[in-house]
Design a protein. Sequence first.
Lengths: 362, 485
Amino acid sequence: MSLWPVFRDFAQAELAFRLLVASVILLATLAFLFAVYALVLRYRNARKRAHLDLLEASWTPVLMHVLQGRYPPEALWERVGAEEHLAFVRFILRYVRRVRGGQRQILRGVVEPFLPDVATGLTKGTVEERALVVQTLGTLGLPRFEADVVRALDDPSPLVAMVAARSLARPDHPQHIGVVIDHLERFGSWSRGFLGAMLAAIGPEGAETLRTTFEDPSRPGWIRTVAADALRWLNDVNAAEVAARVVSCETDRDLLVQALKLLERLGNEEHAPVVRKLAYAPDPVIRANALRTLGRIGDEGDGELLRDGLFDPSSWVVLQSVRSLARMGRWSTLQSLATSEHPRALFAQQVLEERGRHAWAR
Amino acid sequence: MGTLITALLWFNYVVLAYFVVLNLIYLATTIVSFGALRRYAVRMKSLDVDDLLTHGGAPPVTLLVPMFNEEATCVSSIRSFLTLSYPNYEIIVVNDGSKDGTLPRIRSTFKLVPAARVPTASLPTADIRGVYRSERYPSLWVIDKENGGKADALNAGLNLCHTPLFCALDGDTLMERDALIRVARPFLENDDVVAAGGILRIANGCEVEGGHVKRVRLPGSRLARLQVLEYLRAFLSGRMGWDRIGASLIISGAFGIFKRGIVVDAGGYSRNTVGEDMELVVRIHRHCRELEMPYRMGFVPDPVAWTECPETLKVLGRQRDRWQRGLIESLVRHRKMLANPRYGRVGMVGYPYFFFLEMLGPVVEILGYVAFVLSLILGIASPQYVVAFLMAAVAFGVVLSVSAVGLEELTFRRYPGVRDLLRLFGIAVLENFGYRQLTTWWRFRGTLSWLRGKRSWGRMERKGFGEAADPHEPRGVGVAHARSG
């Protein structure tokens, strides 16, 4: 049967109809091409995965021997083909996250000859690709590529800069804490808690720089807050004096709160007077933290202050007051409160349960 | 008669315009999603999730899980919540006056005892009958209350939430172990983030063990498979795209994480809507914009929560009816935002789209079918045009669905077999012959229900995830309530 009449009728039909039919054909073709694309992707990924599995199956036993010191790294290198350098580096990157100490060093030695290939990606590619390169070099390539990773702190992309910062904020590289802190302003949108934990990862050797930053009035308040948080993570007792000074003269709310938290963890009775002044601060978050801190470093005389806290309009302040009374061992006060008709009785009940004291039991 | 014909002609143009605009927007969001997902996949390789966990700094989170008649799935879900990889979190299950064995089952499985917990907010809710804590798992709390609806239950949980973030989940949701750290990640990267949502996938047909999906499979039933494809399209093509544009109005109520303080300040969940999840998100947009506070909301495509989808037309119809009512309630309530520059891209782009195309869409479509038939009968449209147009509509639908499968293949590849892929392609074609029309009809029905003032949820049925019984569970409970997938 000839299709020519069909084409002739079509060519003579109205433009709108022809457009409609053409769009149907185009869309159907697109759908078919997408489907083929997805199948090709599946096939390609499956092949890639199978090939990688084979490679990793050949590398893994030798790697184990290298880690145990039975073979030199060269035994592994000769199994890595010219086209397999990046795959090998990614393989080692997965392993290095699971090990510590000497084994990490061995893995770094194993992957060292292949890192220059990776480093070529520092100045090209998308933001995400550069971030991956920085992460790889930061995890596997220090100190050799230290300058490159430090330079990445100035990358136009905040993501790349953050990956560089996290790579440098490691216990084996305490010398980088200064440069990381100097670049913190790039990460102003990041969570303060996350940044504090990141700086704390450098370990006790970074504490001195952190104390200096914490006390430095020329630094933005939020950076000082992050430094304080990091010091708290590190349990740096020397930071308590700095915190007391900050509490006595600063007005930045977040900075005050972090300083109070630091004192709550690391302070002593000598720091109590400056904390007491904040027990009636207008801001409930400051009040709550002040009362919480007094629960640990305060004395008998602070019992009255804490009982005042039971009447605070803020639930958080009341809860901290009750917890502080518990910390001071004021069990009879709390038990009387728990069994009374006082509007805050529930707070005492919760705290007594938290402490495993159910003497007021219903 | 002449007037009718003129009206029909014009209405046909409206339908045509609606079709073109809607599908162009779908196409645009798909294209935007394509680029965004590719970049995201590479980005995730440079951010080690395990490292995020061990580094610390992850904010404490409370999972809020309202449950109503979830006897079949409650234990599996809670088990999945208890084994998440996250440094610091609590779970508050809210039993919203269940009439089945939900509470007894939870009580016996997790050894609940009465406990005191201080409220941090005072959102109005139905009466609380009791607050319990698990002796076995101290981070698990249960609130037993009078029935008040999902929003009411969430507010009851919010009132007792002590953490800066909370994650709202459905009672039949199964979370992957690293889902919480992944969905909380935006809050680490940006202090302005107030809410984020993850991706929901269909658990029907999957192998579930210990509250986690062990093996991903397509469901056996065609109806469930159709929903698998719908969810892929909705999340990968739709939400990702709208999130990139910065005009997303939805975070799924089955898996969304929020800053507690913002939600409480905004008034908590609204109890007089069946679309409390969307209504909350829209209200948060409004609240933050009106206060001129910097804020962000995000969709995070890699954290996954699995949920059970309806496998009967009746239950699915009720669900879609409810979703449409929820959509209308949210959009009508906050119509002040429509095309209002004060609300930025949300008001100028997202809101008009949802209002005119998603909300009014079913009405236009159903009337469009009627108009087409009338046009054929009255001879004002040639059968060839109508057929060609319908074929174009089907072809466009197939393109969008196949591209969603392609996006899945490009990024997450959760369905391991090639057969699964081929089945999804088959579904992409089949859904245009009956299923789409059904969902449009249900949404149209939902619109009529809203106009009639209907407010109820309708009855949802749970079949369970088909897990083996826990050897620690009392006898008589467990497999009897489950059904293989």
